[in-house]
Unconditional design. Structure first.
Length: 316
């Protein structure tokens, strides 16, 4: 279940918060450990909002943000201000006194929660946190076939991605009717576009034709692409325990819902109709899909902007 616009990665159950965070705390020295560092928390009872925090300069900004009710992760303890540095799931960095924080456990994934939070922690101890995160993801994949990951993405980042998706030169298309379900799932009503610019034919390892998008600026999707790459790298050495392995990432696809007025512009073409044209190369979509289905091991979706709804996973 997708709640509001909360971004998550779905790549499959024990208590989600407890699995990931103890090793985060263990990675900090005794002098650095505070009760909530590395914990998932919720902000409450904070009068007048909080000034946002610039992590690069390590200083508070003049911007006042309302964070009561927001959930996120405690990155570190700031002794100078006697408060915690918090990163909310909406991508805000703020400092909050301990009295205005309580530990928070996400609901089950079936009720709109998640299995693991993307590892973020201070003090340069990302390695151990990432290892614990990877173990959680692989454990979920083994237990139930999927994993829901909570990421940290700001409203501005989502707005930038939405604006970039609306560029007139972006070449959206529909996959062929006979193979669309295999790529996109049941009851898909989506248009798609490639996110890689100017891919050379010789590097087209997934054998899916992509348009030349050299003039498009995909900067707004860079963080999303890096998240997918990072997940793949983090779990790559562990998924062999599930009897699978992989060494190649398919070029990411941008997937968007269509409005009623767009549906007539993106009617799915049938391979059967192409067969009547001797020059249509009608067998290529079928060959591409066969090649794709033989190579596919894991599927990753990063939900950037949405209005809520349900995603159903069907066991093979």
């Amino acid at each position: 279940r997708i709640q509001g616009q909360s971004p998550a990665i779905s790549a499959g159950a024990r208590g989600p918060a407890e699995r990931l965070l103890p090793s985060m705390e263990a990675s900090l020295s005794a002098s650095q450990v505070r009760p909530l560092v590395g914990k998932l928390v919720q902000v409450f009872g904070l009068p007048g909002g909080s000034r946002s925090y610039d992590e690069s300069s390590q200083e508070k900004t003049q911007e006042i943000v309302e964070v009561n009710g927001e959930c996120g992760c405690c990155i570190s303890w700031l002794g100078s201000s006697e408060s915690y540095l918090i990163r909310t799931f909406n991508g805000l960095s703020v400092t909050v006194p301990e009295a205005n924080l309580r530990e928070w456990t996400p609901p089950p994934t079936e009720e709109g929660g998640f299995d693991a939070a993307w590892p973020i922690i201070d003090r340069g101890e990302q390695g151990q946190a990432t290892a614990s995160f990877a173990q959680t993801v692989v454990s979920c994949l083994g237990d139930k076939g999927y994993c829901v990951i909570q990421t940290f993405m700001s409203d501005q980042e989502r707005a930038d991605a939405w604006a970039s998706s609306q560029e007139q030169d972006r070449d959206f298309f529909r996959l062929k009717r006979e193979v669309e379900t295999g790529y996109m799932g049941f009851d898909s009503n989506n248009k798609v576009a490639w996110l890689q610019e100017g891919r050379e034919e010789e590097s087209d390892s997934d054998r899916l034709n992509s348009p030349d998008e050299e003039d498009l600026d995909n900067t707004a999707f860079r963080a999303s692409s890096e998240l997918i790459t990072s997940v793949s790298s983090a779990i790559g050495g562990l998924v062999t325990s599930l009897g699978i392995s992989y060494s190649y990432l398919m070029t990411p696809l941008l997937r968007m819902s269509m409005t009623k007025t767009e549906e007539e512009d993106y009617l799915p073409e049938s391979v059967r109709d192409m067969m009547h044209d001797s020059d249509s190369n009608w067998s290529e979509p079928i060959q591409e899909y066969i090649h794709f289905s033989k190579r596919k091991r894991l599927s990753v979706m990063h939900l950037i902007e949405n209005g809520g709804g349900d995603i159903w996973f069907y066991p093979k």
